[in-house]
Write a protein that binds this ligand. Structure first.
Ligand code: SF4
Length: 346
């Protein structure tokens, strides 16, 4: 079983309370099951008796995880609570036990052509995945900055990197989509592919390598790309609250570029909430938690709103279009992406 590779983490986490406050789902459901310790305890039970994999409550809990990876990132021993949950999802799928809502999402994702539509000219390819496409202001802001910088670029729109399938536990289908996506991008001849959505960035930067899929262009998150442009940001961003991205922080060794961009924009980043370890992304790491558990995501957005100093006026900045969409839909917070903030500073 896939979870066997995480046996040491499972044994350690099942008796540990240390990171229970970092389960974004547990913080709003108040269910003991939604904590790293109990998820690990249930997985330990599965290692002793594989038939427990079919337990409906167990499956519900595994697919309710927000997968922020905050627990792994902040664990003093780097035990991988996040990895064991993803492995459990693969085991559930491979045993033919995926629940109906997960199957429906996977079938929809499988039906999407992996190859993006590529248009325009230039060595740089800006990837607009379906999540970024849902936040039109994000790519309009990118376009505004590129025009100011005088840089021509191509756009790759749509397609399917396999990230949703990967997160839901459909590893083989995900690998196939990744290979088809990479083939289309490699044939484009682009030297750099720029990605706004941290989930898509993680897919191209990490999932592809893990699946043995070669992507020729250099992968850059939009924050890294914007930093190297010769553009004058005349206006200062001023006081903001930056909510870290699960994928850029916890999955990618705390990528430094978002904070460097904020400094370049003259942002004065104030501390948000009660600690700097929690995820305030509304389930960015689970990619489609808004579709699987919309009521939980709504509560997560309210949880974030309750921690704002002044919800009506605070300038909240995020990296992920997913988080912007969820907070804008379910709270009164004023939310900007990093790219939107940069465009507003021109
Ligand atoms: S990830 Fe680390 S801190 Fe969290 S439950 Fe496991 S051992 Fe404890």
């Amino acid at each position: 079983m896939n979870i066997d590779k995480f046996y040491d983490s499972i044994k350690a986490c099942r008796f540990c309370f240390m990171c229970r406050h970092l389960s974004g789902v547990g913080n709003v459901t108040f269910r003991e099951a939604d904590t790293p310790r109990i998820r690990a305890a249930m997985l330990y039970g599965v290692t002793l008796d594989n038939s427990k994999l079919a337990n409906a409550d167990f499956i519900d809990t595994i697919y309710s995880s927000d997968l922020s990876a905050a627990c792994r990132f902040h664990c003093v021993n780097s035990f991988d609570e996040n990895g064991m949950v993803l492995a459990a999802r693969r085991d559930i799928v491979e045993a033919g036990l995926a629940p109906a809502d997960v199957l429906a999402l996977a079938e929809t994702s499988k039906s999407i052509d992996a190859k993006p539509k590529i248009s325009g000219n230039g060595e740089t390819l800006y990837y607009i995945d379906s999540c970024t496409a849902s936040a039109a202001s994000e790519y309009k802001a990118f376009d505004k900055i590129m025009k100011k910088a005088g840089v021509k670029y191509r756009v790759a729109k749509g397609g399917n990197t396999g990230k949703i399938l990967e997160t839901l536990g459909f590893a083989a289908d995900s690998a196939q989509k990744a290979a088809e996506f990479a083939d289309a991008v490699n044939k484009s001849g682009a030297k750099t592919i720029v990605v706004s959505n941290p989930a898509a960035y993680d897919s191209l930067a990490n999932d592809f390598k893990a699946r043995g899929v070669k992507l020729i262009p250099k992968v850059m998150h939009a924050s890294e790309f914007l930093l190297q442009l010769k553009v004058k940001f005349a206006k200062k961003a001023g006081k903001i609250y930056y909510l870290e991205s699960d994928f850029l922080k916890n999955y990618n060794s705390n990528l430094k570029f978002p904070r460097e961009l904020l400094r370049k924009l003259g942002a004065e980043a104030a501390e948000f909430g009660t600690n700097s370890e929690e995820s305030y992304t509304c389930g960015e790491g689970a990619v489609v938690l808004d579709k699987l558990r919309p009521n939980i995501v709504e509560k997560m957005a309210k949880y974030v709103e309750e921690r704002a100093d002044n919800p009506n006026a605070d300038k909240i900045v995020v990296a992920s279009p997913y988080t912007k969409i969820q907070l804008s839909k379910n709270s009164k917070l004023k939310v900007y992406t990093l790219t939107e903030l940069a465009a507003a500073c021109i």
